[in-house]
Design a protein around this ligand. Structure first.
Ligand SMILES: Cc1cc2nc3c(=O)[nH]c(=O)nc-3n(C[C@H](O)[C@H](O)[C@H](O)COP(=O)(O)OP(=O)(O)OC[C@H]3O[C@@H](n4cnc5c(N)ncnc54)[C@H](O)[C@@H]3O)c2cc1C
Ligand code: SF4
Length: 453
């Protein structure tokens, strides 16, 4: 049978299997389901779900609007705080944020389905082409935004609403950042990331230049000279290296590149996958790569994580998703070398690990896992090219509470700044808040009104 063939192959599944495997993970609720789900909300006056949301969406209000048959009003409540509320409804780890905090999340009950209700409302508005914002009168202020990911898009939209003129620079061919190139395929189907970009851009006043890379085509000081303010939302462009023997063999790939290729593939059967796949890492990227490898027809997929289950960055929900798709998660294993046969990956040698006096160490005991493909999901790194003397903290951009960097008129947000949560919704909050801070700075430096005696 084709799928049992060793090595890395495309087209392991039938067209029907690809379609079923990569369909929407949580399809939109229909009207009746939404009313039933909304009815479970107590509309708490102190709504802990709202406090748990990084963008502070008024969750009881938007759910109340759904329950009164007003999905468009509900969408406006969401978009007022989070213009990428549609994507966040699909990708937020709600089980760790709003739904974890929901008062109905008890041993006997399940939480209100906030994420799915948010999707119901935002989809209704986007499908109706309903725009809620009109640009303020042009202010004459020009802002450069570097990076068209969630942080940059949220900043650009809020600045455009205020009447400022925005130019976005992004090194890639499409806008969306990891919404377009990183999020798992089954979380965002039907080209939703680009539909959301179009929805955001329709506010007007935002010009996007793709293929324009900071550090190669221009520097931060160029932008400072040309614009009234700069917002950096450049994410984490680099990846960590394993630094073990065999890392450069064919068949050892970066998990983020694999996921990006899968997201961009017109036909999933074009994406080659091994029969036995090992994924190294313990975060969301490791889970997404492993699950999607399985969905592409890999027979055996193993995640190897060098610490324990309790240390994994991937949520309990994500770990369960992997297990329910047949992914094996093994803990306390660190990669030691990648073994080859005829120049191709044949297996991975791992060493058992333990924590001694707070430090992770190898026990000296090793084992071998057969593999024809290895994905590295061991973390992304920040690329500081073109940023000049910008102050860094632990390898990312240092910012204050408003997202202002160490340089005059330069703000930053999203994954590229120190102290964030590396989530889509946090990046949106950073971009929005930095835009408000930029706007306040412009207002404060505007010529003072003449006092009337
Ligand atoms: C595989 C994967 C899966 C994930 N899944 C989830 C999930 O399910 N839920 C969730 O909440 N979060 C998830 N995340 C995290 C989430 O995607 C990020 O936190 C979020 O995208 C950060 O947004 P950002 O705007 O800061 O950066 P990015 O989305 O990375 O966008 C940065 C943009 O800047 C551009 N850029 C970078 N460098 C330059 C440069 N020098 N010049 C010009 N442009 C540049 C890039 O092309 C990109 O468009 C995932 C991350 C990964 C890697
Ligand atoms: S905590 Fe739960 S029940 Fe209370 S307002 Fe939020 S969603 Fe509704």
């Amino acid at each position: 049978m084709e799928r049992l063939e060793t090595g890395i192959h495309a087209g392991r599944l039938s067209p029907a299997e690809y379609e079923a495997n990569f369909s929407d993970l949580h399809p939109r609720l229909d009207n009746h389901e939404a009313l039933v789900a909304a009815d479970r909300c107590y509309f708490c006056y102190d709504a802990p779900c709202m406090t748990a949301c990084p963008t502070s969406i008024d969750i009881p209000l938007f759910i109340r609007q759904i329950s009164t048959g007003n999905p468009l009003g509900s969408a406006k409540t969401i978009f007022d705080q989070n213009i990428l509320g549609g994507m966040c409804a699909r990708v937020c780890p709600t089980e760790e944020l709003c739904e974890q905090a929901c008062v109905r999340n008890t041993a006997e009950e399940r939480p209100v389905e906030i994420g799915r209700l948010q999707r119901y409302a935002t989809d209704a508005a986007m499908q109706a082409g309903k725009q809620f914002y009109v640009r303020a009168e042009a202010t004459g202020k020009r802002v450069a935004v570097v990076g068209a990911g969630p942080a940059g898009l949220a900043a650009a939209h809020r600045l455009a609403v205020k009447g400022h003129t925005v130019t976005i620079y992004d090194g890639r061919e499409k806008s969306g950042g990891l919404n377009e190139y990183g999020i798992a395929t089954y979380k965002t189907v039907d080209d939703f990331a680009q539909k959301e970009v179009d929805y955001i851009m329709s506010i007007g006043g935002i010009d996007v230049r793709h293929g324009a890379l900071l550090g190669r085509d221009f520097s931060l000081s160029d932008l400072q000279a040309q614009y009234d303010a700069v917002f950096l939302g450049i994410g984490l462009a680099g990846v960590n290296a394993l630094r073990i023997e065999g890392e450069n063999l064919a068949g050892v790939d970066d998990a983020v590149d694999f996921i990006a290729a899968l997201r961009q593939a017109e036909d999933k059967s074009d994406i080659a996958i091994g029969r036995r796949v090992v994924v190294l890492g313990g975060g969301m990227t490791a889970i997404d790569a492993a699950v999607q490898a399985k969905l592409l027809g890999a027979e055996e997929v193993t995640i190897c994580y060098r610490r324990g289950k309790e240390h994994m960055n991937a949520s309990e929900y994500e770990q369960d998703l992997a297990s329910s798709n047949g992914v094996i998660i093994r803990h306390w294993l660190a990669p030691k070398s990648i073994l080859s046969q005829d120049g191709k990956v044949a297996a991975i040698e791992v060493e058992y690990t333990k924590i001694v006096e707070g430090r992770l160490v190898g026990t000296g005991e090793t084992g071998v896992i057969a593999a024809d493909q290895v994905f590295k999901a061991i973390g992304q790194t920040f690329d500081a090219a073109g940023l000049g003397s910008l102050r860094m903290e632990s390898g990312r951009i240092a910012v204050d509470a408003e997202g202002h960097t160490s340089l005059d008129r330069v703000w930053a947000g999203g994954d590229c700044v120190f102290g964030g949560e590396d989530l889509t919704v946090s990046a949106v909050a950073h971009g929005r808040d930095a835009a408000e801070s930029i706007h306040r700075t412009f207002s404060a430096t505007a010529a003072p009104a003449v006092a009337v005696a």
